[in-house]
Design a protein around this ligand. Structure first.
Ligand code: WAQ
Ligand code: MG
Length: 267
């Protein structure tokens, strides 16, 4: 926790969009009261315009949050790795997960799970898989839905400045900023050993491995162009109190008010 910003009325704003019975996108924001209308419009139109194929239903909900309960953090450090192709990218992900303390077999199981689609019948999940980093046991109560990380964003007071800093560092893509925000919250959670992620967007091939020591390690590519499967696995320490972890991930409001170190391309 860095600074305590002056109290301001804040809302957690959450959007989810579906086509038929299928979840197609979601987004999480924390905004000041006077930003609520603009932010809602932005999320609604994003869902409606997605892929050129509109969502059938878009739901947005705003909930006031008590500013006194908000935690403030810095973003994790960022490293960039380039791999010759996606198989090499996944090999690197395996090494980084192992370095972070995930058992090698468990790390491979996590990679295989995302590669094959972690949901029922190889579908994507709305949320993340929780996996014991030592035993490989899946810990999320609902294995179709997974655990949705929520109630995190850039601090409204410094949002524009942080966006400009990310932009200047080549991290300005909205997917990158959002993934860094999500991952930053995951790394702040109790008992997290590492996170593995790649997008379910067919044309977004950068993914990452994150851990509390080394931060957010981007890998390009981590999947083949055109592959629509994606997801997230949170590897957790054995004996973690799963209910407390899920409560933190879903409910604890957390704002980022500074970036971390950003390292340029690695081998
Ligand atoms: N909580 C938990 N899991 C989530 C959440 C959430 N709030 N949002 C998405 N997921 C899971 C879900 O299974 C999705 O299918 C999967 O993650 C991928 O979501 O340039 O864009 O929004 O550094 O497609 C990573 C690299 C991009 C960014 C990740 O994920 C970069 C991305 P997507
Ligand atoms: Mg997606």
């Amino acid at each position: 926790m860095l600074i305590s910003w002056p109290m301001k009325t804040l809302y957690s704003l959450r959007m989810r969009a579906s086509r038929g019975a299928t979840h197609i996108s979601g987004a999480e924001r924390i905004v000041a009261a006077d930003e609520l209308v603009c932010a809602t419009a932005e999320l609604m139109s994003r869902a409606a315009l997605r892929h050129g194929a509109p969502a059938d239903e878009v739901h947005c909900i705003a909930e006031r949050i008590d500013p006194a309960t908000v935690q403030y953090h810095s973003f994790p450090d960022v490293t960039n790795y380039a791999a010759p192709e996606w198989r090499a990218g996944r090999q690197l992900a395996l090494e980084l997960l192992t370095k972070a303390g995930v058992d090698a077999k468990v790390a491979q199981a996590g990679l295989d799970l995302l590669a094959n689609g972690p949901g029922a019948n190889g579908a994507n999940m709305r949320g993340a898989v929780l996996m014991d980093a030592t035993s490989g046991q899946r810990l999320e109560p609902d294995q179709q839905r997974g655990v949705r990380v929520s109630r995190m964003d850039l601090a409204p007071q410094v949002r524009n400045q942080i966006h400009a800093e990310l932009e200047a560092a080549g991290l300005g893509h909205h997917r990158t900023a959002e993934a860094l925000t999500l991952s930053g919250k995951v790394l702040a959670a109790p008992g997290i050993v590492a996170e593995l992620c790649w997008s379910d967007e067919a044309d977004y091939i950068t993914g990452y491995v994150a851990d509390p020591q080394r931060g957010y390690q981007r890998i390009t590519p981590l999947k083949a162009l055109g592959d629509q499967r994606g997801g997230r696995v949170f590897f957790v320490a054995p004996n973690v109190e799963v209910a407390d972890l899920i409560h933190f991930l879903e409910r604890q409001p957390l704002l980022f008010d500074a970036i971390g170190a950003i390292q340029r391309q690695q081998g």
